[in-house]
Design a protein around this ligand. Structure first.
Ligand SMILES: Nc1ncnc2c1ncn2[C@@H]1O[C@H](COP(=O)(O)OP(=O)(O)OP(=O)(O)O)[C@@H](O)[C@H]1O
Length: 360
């Protein structure tokens, strides 16, 4: 019980017919963290969330919540309420009644409901707004109501399934900030499902990246972005350029790899265990590349600019190299300067990330 691990998933598997949707999920989640399940549509995020909440029973493996194996417990005994799209507030009910809903269903005495709802409202700083209806509140306030509704049930973990997906971009951003603020203020443990990488990067303590029912990587936003473990993760989060390369030297975390037509080499730090002669992939983010009209750099390529687009704070260039591979380069803060024709693209060696080649 003293452990800081609130949720522990051990070899969880879920099968629908002949669709093996969750494959040996092992995951430990600490108290008070904001965790995001990230992945494209159909990779199993919602299925795992529902398996934690108890709406699905797992076919194999164990779900532990707060030191208790809950495989056989119904949803209402797990302390893991789920909040769905648009916070699932009832539009025709007042804020008070929305928050009291779960307690009403459980037929708690009137006095207890009054007291618990008031306490939850105070926690999320909504005292005084009991009689309002959802449409009379801002998006951020509605989010607070949704959280109060979960809190009032003495939740251990709050599960949010794409709660912002129906909001417009501006409101989404406002509510994101609000949601993260409430979570941090109250030290809540939240699992948030999304397929939006920006949402995941900006809100989470830890991100779980799903790939076809399995976890490809579990790490901080920084780790996921800068040290993706697989090509799938590198590709899914942000934009990445890849180049084939071969390890020519590897020594205590430093690798020298050979790349490109001319057989140039670059030496960079890596957390991968590599072998000399191994074929690897070299990854560089568009913002790590610089465009120059020909000169020298640590990592360099020659490319022909095919097109570009203005994206506000940056100009994004699309190039092709000598072997016809496309490269994406972001140029920041360049004012009126534009590049065209054949250019050299360079990146500092420490901006080069190496990953192993895998099938997926
Ligand atoms: N109740 C169900 N019965 C049968 N198959 C299901 C059921 N629920 C989900 N699936 C299947 O399981 C797979 C994973 O679905 P899931 O909803 O978990 O994905 P997801 O990553 O949450 O995607 P999305 O972002 O679209 O919700 C899909 O192939 C889906 O068709």
């Amino acid at each position: 019980m003293e452990t800081n691990i609130l949720l522990d998933l051990k070899d969880v598997n879920k099968v629908f017919g002949n669709n093996h949707v969750l494959k040996n999920i092992n995951l430990q989640i600490e108290r008070g963290k904001f965790i995001t399940f990230l992945g494209p549509s159909g990779c199993g995020k919602t299925t795992l969330l529902r398996s934690i909440a108890g709406f699905y029973t797992v076919d194999q493996g164990e779900v532990w919540i707060d030191g208790e194996m809950v495989n056989d417990l119904p949803p209402y005994k797990r302390g893991t309420p789920m909040v769905f799209q648009e916070y699932a507030l009832f539009p025709h009910m007042t804020v008070f009644d929305n928050i009291a809903y779960g307690l009403d269903i459980m037929k708690r005495p009137e006095g207890e409901i009054q007291q618990r709802v008031e306490a939850a409202m105070a926690q999320v700083k909504l005292t005084g707004l009991e009689d309002r209806y959802p449409h009379q509140m801002s998006g951020g306030q509605q989010q607070r109501v949704a959280m109060a509704r979960a809190l009032v049930m003495n939740s251990l973990i709050i599960l949010l399934d794409e709660p912002l997906s129906n909001l417009d971009a501006k409101l989404r951003e406002e509510v994101r900030v609000e949601l993260r603020a409430i979570q941090q203020e109250l030290g809540l443990t939240v699992i948030y499902v999304t397929h939006d990488q920006l949402e995941a990067l900006s809100m989470s303590d830890q991100i779980v990246v799903f790939n076809k029912g399995a976890i490809d990587q579990y790490g901080t936003p920084h780790e996921i972005y800068y040290e993706p473990k697989t090509q799938y993760v590198a590709d899914f989060i942000g934009t990445t350029n890849f180049a084939d390369a071969k390890v020519v030297k590897y020594e205590s975390g430093m690798a020298t790899v050979q790349y490109g037509q001319a057989g140039d080499t670059v030496t960079t730090e890596t957390s991968e265990k590599l072998a000399v002669g191994e074929e690897v992939l070299l990854c560089v983010r568009p913002e790590s590349l610089r465009i120059e009209q020909p000169e020298i750099g640590e990592f360099h390529m020659t490319g022909l600019i095919k097109s570009s687009m203005f994206l506000g704070e940056k100009q994004r260039y699309f190039l092709v190299d000598e072997i016809g591979k496309e490269w994406i380069v972001d140029a920041y803060d360049i004012g009126k300067k534009t590049f065209e024709g054949v250019v050299r693209i360079t990146a500092a060696a420490e901006k080069i990330h190496i990953i192993k080649k895998t099938d997926s």
